[in-house]
Design a protein around this ligand. Sequence first.
Ligand SMILES: [Zn+2]
Length: 203
Amino acid sequence: MTFKYFDKPEIFVGFLDEKTTCDTCGEFTRCFDAEPFYGEETLAAVCPSCLEKGRLYGMDVYTCEGDFSELKRQLTERHPDLDENEIDAMAEEKTRELEKTTPHLVTWQDWLWPCADGDYCQFIGYGSRPLYNRLSRDFNGQALFESSLYYTLRDDSDADALWEEEMPRKEVRTYEESSRYSTLFYVFKSLHSDQIITTWDSD
Ligand SMILES: [Zn+2]
């Protein structure tokens, strides 16, 4: 299962333990836990199909928060021909799509969904040494990790220490495995290039 901004949510966040009634279509099926969603309206469960089809549009519910100002900055850079209103409209449309159709990523802290190349990135998994080594073209996972740190974290992250002390030695393949770590790395990929972005947090 893949969403535009979230690959394999059935593994990386999983469904509610039991089948239940989807709050937006009424079907009795596997659903995501909608309780951690943000906004004024509260939902208990939403099925993947409703999320993907945009059933949250028009509701005061969103599943994450995009880095809107950085997206606007990137779009302005990439589209010098467009005026501010056009940039705003493009950024707002992408942000709505992200926040309304993306499964909720369970994290220790709240942070903004990263963007690259004028779009939001796709979450592709939890960081680990084997994952970075595999994603790296020259088998230097540590260098890739360091260069992938999102701009918001660069000043406060000691990348060497994080790699040595906190980076999981084994793959973190599932949500259950991720919950064993008190520091987690969240790996994203640009939709438009090979660029990898990392955010991290701890409990
Ligand atoms: Zn549904």
